[in-house]
Design a protein around this ligand. Sequence first.
Ligand code: SIN
Length: 304
Amino acid sequence: MQTTIASVTFEHPIFNAAGPLCVTTEELNAIGNSSSSAIVTKSCTRTSRDGNPEPRYRGVPLGSINSMGLPNRGYKAYINDTRVLKEHKKPIILSVSGLSLEDNCTIITAANASDADLLELNLSCPNVPGKPQVGYDFEQTDTVLAAVMKIAKKPLGVKLPPYFDFVHFEQVAKILNKHNVAFVTCINSIGNALYIDPVLEEPVIKPKGGFGGLGGQYIKPTALANVRKFSELLDCPVIGVGGIEKGVDVFEFILAGAHAVQLGTVFMEEGVGCFERIRKEFEDYCAKKGYTSVEDFRGKLKTL
Ligand code: SIN
């Protein structure tokens, strides 16, 4: 069940998403020691950030809502970590989320000399007050990619917000193809959702008046739609993320066209054991179907 993205081979297609439990060196080593097939770092900014005030994450019945606000140790710490994480002998993906184009260029220039295998530029965090999601501004996306692709010496992919309109898919895909991005990860959480506790008559998280990114089961159909559309429109591999909780979910994402998948909410709720459980469930499901490699069914979703 190996898969390849930008010439980097993954032992199987299931690894962590930039988001939960990948901030500290200990957390990253725990991912390295788990059955995750890669190690993705928390999206890093130029300087360290405490993030938004707590409570800023809540598991809710069908998923999660968060407004973490990119708490991270700053890019230099993650670049240093790549040297140590290399010992786990699995691909390392450095997630980058500079708060300006200049910051992104600085981080990517430094990342060229790191031990990361791939760079994932996060254009879609909905949780930094005063910073709109770049992926919803197509002109800015074009400008950012023109600048960073000139600098990046490692394969650089982008993490996108969810889109909901076929015209938007086409417009974004045209930009991504023009800049030859190495891969696309979709989707980030559905931004600015509101979850209300009716007993307490208040939202369940504090930042931004309770507005936050929705993850988990709520968003799986939207994530599948984004994977499907982008895998049809793009010249590069797509990594799916959004609501994967079981092995059969992985199967569905690959059937829709994904080369790999990332785990967010389920990792936060279950811890590193989710990688082995979901991998086993996925392999058992494939075996039942008689499939021995992801190429047997990737993108082969039937139509009615
Ligand atoms: C956050 O730190 O706010 C979540 C990460 C993201 O949405 O990109």
